[in-house]
Structures are given as C-alpha cells and as structure tokens.
Design a protein around this ligand. Structure first.
Ligand SMILES: Cc1ncc(COP(=O)(O)O)c(C=O)c1O
Length: 401
C-alpha cells in the first residue's frame, strides 16, 4: 500500500478555479464554431486590431541588436520610468519622478501587484459596477471581498458619489475606479476624482485608478486621478500601453505610487517578474515619447467606428445604445427584444453568427446589455449590424403575421 501523503494546492489556486469562464462562454462557443468552419463575426475582445506602429517595432529590434536582452532592474528600466514620469508631469500639476514608478508586464499584473501589496485576504474593496472582468481574477487571487456600487445607467454610467461614499466602511481597504471605464466608456470628472481622493484619504483608504484607456477619448481630454487629487499619499495610478499604442502582446504596464508603497511594489516585482525585458522597455519609452501621430490616428478610427455602431444600433427597433465618451466598446441595451443580455448574445450567435459579450459578466447593472467591441473595422461592423438587423426584422415580421 502506498504511504505517499496526498499533494495539495494552495487556497489562492483554488480561489481561481473556474475564473471568468462564464463571461467568455459565448465567445468561446463562437471560437469553436469558427474552428468548425462556420462564418462567425467576433465582436467580443478589446484587443486593438491595429498592428503595433512600425517605428516602435523597429526600436525593439534595434535594442535587441544592441544586446538589450539581459536582466533588468526589478523597479523597471530608468529610461522607461523617466518617459512615464515626463508624461505624468505634463498631465498633472503634481511633479512625478522616475522613482515614483514601478514597471510591470501589463496593467493586469500591475493591478495584481498593487492589491497584493495593500490588501490581505478578507479585506474589502469598493468597486463600481459594472467593472472590467479582469478585476475578478485579481480580486480572487488576492482574496479580497468586493463591495460593488452601481454606476448610474440612467446617466450614461456616471459615478454615484453618494453611494460610493456610503459603501466605504471601517472594513474598506481600497477603492478602485476605472476612468475611462470598461465596459461603459464612462469618464469620471476632475471634481469627482478630487472629492473621492479627499474622502478616501480622510478615511485612511487607498484610492486606485485604472487609466488604461486614458488616450482613447472622444469628447474631452482625460483627467487623471493624479491631476485631480489635492494630495497623493493614498493615490495609486495604473496605466499601460496595451490599448492606446496597440501593444497588448508586449505586456507593458506601470504603477505610479506614493513613496510609502514603491519599495513594496519593487520587492514584489523582484520576487515575481524579476525584471521586464530590456528591449521591450526601450521600445515602450520610445513609444511614449513619439506617439502624437499614431495614437491620434487610432483614436480617430475608434471614434468613427463608435459613431457608426451607435447610429446603426439606434436605427433598429428594440435595441439602443448611448454614445460612449471614451474606450473601445459600445454597450447595447437589449431588454426590448430579449429577457437578458445573455439570452440575446446566445441568440445572436446561434441565428446570426455574431458574438458579443453578455453584460451580466461585468455586473448586475448591465444584465440587460451586451458589450460590442470597436476593435473591428467598419467593414466587419457593417456585416455584423446587417446580420443583427435581419434577425430583428424577421422577429418583427413574425409578430406582425
Ligand atoms: C479596464 C482595464 N484595465 C486593465 C486592463 C489590462 O490591460 P493589460 O494587462 O493588457 O495592460 C484591461 C484590458 O482589457 C482593461 O480593460
């Protein structure tokens, strides 16, 4: 008989069992259908469809040729941290130094590192609902309890400041906001950010802002939390290049944090990542300093797609969409034609071969919505909207008979 002791896995690993699988069920089914040769249009993922701008690619290549292929400091290469600090100093009245920044392989890892450094298992984090689905994995891994606060669906998903404040209790360790927001493209005003920063500071609560869509705005310029807040000692900002620079696969993100937190983030980066690739950080620093032209070009294209999509949706009976101020998605309301966003997404895939994300995956507030990506050209969006319009028109004919 074997005397081997049973092997076990950690509570952290268990907390991630089944993570986010339901949210992506429609998308996964669409991928299976596509693999079986079916004609499916994928409108789920927020991965820019543009290639990374060529000059950035050549910078990485040149850096590799210069032998920038070795270990790098845990906090991040000074050159990239200086480029981020320049950007932050330009967009905020508060000066930012390279020493206030820690580089991570992407915004997700940056967020995971932030929550790991400030929270213990069981701590509460206040988060607007709906929220980016990627937060679920981060929160589950760290073991925090989330306290969702509904965004105001009747006001194009504006923040409900009174409800945010009411949700903050003695158990609250941190509040996270996402501006511009995924999935709703909502932007939080400077006044609101300042108010929340002052309130959380007084309550001894960290305030984190995820600003990865800061450069994809259509109406007014983004205001960062660091620009709006009067004092920065409880303020943490996360940003990266995945969206704005079409560099999702390069995995570049960063945290701008108070000096009280920077050494802890650096220690964690050292223990987990042990330095991001040098040549990628060199290319990222170049990208940040030379992005005027191509970031604007991509932003203009997303705006064109947004306007197209919103107009097409609102021309159909039973569905509607407000025009998002920023970001890479349009939220479409489905309660005029389906019992839930989930039911609509399932049907749209089955009957029209178009896959979108059911809104319930982002939070209760968007259960009657689906999320449609702007990361597809107008030609593809046209085809998808034609198919959806046909499906809904057939419904109308059936009802009329
Ligand atoms: C709101 C938000 N934050 C963070 C991320 C993570 O981005 P990345 O890890 O690619 O930097 C995403 C990606 O979709 C996002 O939508």
């Amino acid at each position: 008989m074997s005397t081997q002791k049973p092997l076990s896995i950690s509570q952290l690993a268990h907390r991630l069992d089944g993570e986010a699988s339901e949210v992506w069920a429609v998308h996964d089914r669409a991928l299976d259908m596509q693999a079986n040769g079916e004609d499916v249009i994928l409108l789920c993922v927020g991965d820019p469809d543009f290639p990374t701008p060529e000059p950035i690619f050549y910078q990485a290549l040149a850096a590799m040729k210069r032998d920038r292929t070795h270990y790098s400091p845990a906090q991040g290469e000074l050159g990239l941290r200086e480029a981020v600090a320049e950007l932050e100093s330009k967009t905020s009245p508060h000066p930012c130094a390279a020493d206030d920044i820690v580089i991570f392989p992407g915004g997700t890892n940056a967020l995971y590192s932030v929550f790991s450094c400030i929270c213990d298992v069981g701590d509460e984090v206040v988060v607007p609902d709906p929220m980016y689905v990627g937060y679920c994995g981060v929160f589950d891994a760290v073991g925090v309890k989330t306290v969702p606060v509904a965004l105001r669906a009747d006001a194009n998903f504006a923040l409900d400041m009174d409800a945010m404040k009411a949700a903050i209790t003695d158990k609250t360790k941190a509040v996270i906001v996402n501006t511009p927001g995924n999935p709703c493209g909502n932007m939080i005003s400077a006044a609101e950010l300042a108010e929340l920063a002052a309130y959380t500071r007084e309550r001894g609560v960290w305030l984190i802002s995820d600003e990865v869509y800061s450069m994809i705005t259509f109406k007014q310029r983004h205001v960062s939390l660091r620009a709006a807040a009067e004092a920065l000692d409880n303020v943490i900002m996360v940003d990266g290049l995945s969206k704005s620079h079409a560099m999702s696969g390069w995995r570049v993100g960063w945290v701008v944090a108070p000096q009280s937190l920077v050494p802890h983030l650096t220690h964690l980066a050292g223990a987990s990542v042990f330095g991001c690739p040098q040549f990628i950080q060199d290319a990222a620093a170049f990208a940040l300093r030379h992005d005027d032209y191509y970031v604007a070009q991509m932003r203009d294209e997303y705006k064109k797609r947004r306007d197209f999509l919103v107009a097409r949706i609102n021309a159909m009976a039973g569905v509607s969409a407000e025009s998002p101020d920023a970001g890479m998605f349009v939220m479409m309301r489905t309660d005029g034609v389906a019992s839930s966003g989930q039911a609509f997404a399932e049907r749209l895939l089955d009957e029209a071969g178009v896959s979108v994300v059911p809104g319930a995956g982002f939070g209760d507030v968007t259960a009657n919505y689906v999320r449609i990506t702007l990361a597809q050209p107008v030609s593809v969006l046209t085809k998808a909207m034609d198919r959806m319009a046909n499906m809904l028109a057939e419904d109308a004919t059936r009802t009329a008979v």
